[in-house]
Design a protein around this ligand. Sequence first.
Ligand SMILES: *Cc1c(COP(=O)(O)O)cnc(C)c1O
Length: 408
Amino acid sequence: MNSPTALRTSTADLYDAHVMKNYARAPLTLVRGRGALVWDDQGKQFLDFTSGIAVSALGHCHPHWVAAVQRQAGELIHTSNLFRNPNQGELARRLIGYAGPGRVFFCNSGAEANEALIKLARLHGVKKSGGEEGKCYKVICAKNAFHGRTFGGMSATPQAKIQKGFAPLVPGFSFGELNNLQSFADLIDDQTAAIFVETIQGEGGVNACTPEFLVGLRKLCNERNLLLLLDEVQCGIGRTGKFYAFEYAGVTPDAIGMAKGLGGGMPIGAVWVRENAAELFQPGSHGTTFGGTPLACAAALAVLDVIEKERLLEKVSINSTTWIGALKQLATEFPAQLLGVRGQGYLVGLQLASDPAPTLAALREAGLLAPMAGGNVIRLLPPLTATPQELAQSVEILRKVFAAKSVA
Ligand SMILES: *Cc1c(COP(=O)(O)O)cnc(C)c1O
């Protein structure tokens, strides 16, 4: 048993036999990565515009990130939140530098960050009701949203394919039409505590809140004493060319959930809460064992270092303008297949005319990895370090695949 001479079972066989079947996985085993490139176990090279679903912000194995993580791993990895560690304090300070005065709570994932936002909404509701529980607890979210797979996140995610089988859900969530301010206003009542939206819906198909809509939500929240909670788990940490996507609208939310790109591959989530609202959390009211470990925070600090030193926000803005222009050109060449291109920076959605699964398989065959999103959309999520050449290469691969399909 387990002897080195025993015949090694293939990775595919191990997955088939032992791994939970909750994913429709691509038939691909990835073993190595550098920058925007990954290789499978057959030695085939791919341009990786999945980036672990917007996680690998610096691409794979960026030398500064690797050195920082290796150094920290040899020094101190985990201590719990019963003690301070220097990296957590520094990372909080750096995130506040982008978001504004407030406080930061660290956790391990997007869903966990969003749970903290939902709990914050409940605490705000209790405060609004003069300390009485269960009177003001409702949260208004957007149709087509995705906020994660926990009970809170799932209850805020109005999609049958995600909620099916899990009733009863957490009560109190209702759903307005994205970019229709009146539809949100109509849902507010005395029991409403917060409005909670993704600044740009990722899984839902790359649908952005317009700046006017966000400004309108801010105003509604001010007038009705509601918290404005923004899910920046996918669109934050530089992906759009600003550190947070809401910066384009010039609003300040009351709290932000972030995760994916923050650790550059190390699991870490964070919640920034604006000054006054941050006092809602008191000792004992929330926590997590793994949140903000020295190791995870070292990884996130390395991500911020590289974003700043390599001027990645500026590069994403500039490079994406040319790239999105070239993608829109593709849409004019293949209007029967590619209906439109949307998004900002390195968070782009290609609206296809039909189910994107066969196109994604063809792209994979041609050397480009990309994830799908709701509503027949292919997402393109290059690492923030992707070069103009790599972006141009993605357009060429797409052109080849669309051309082959239009002949077939
Ligand atoms: C991925 C995602 C989540 C969930 O994050 P996990 O780390 O998978 O729990 C929540 N919100 C948005 C917008 C996301 O893209």
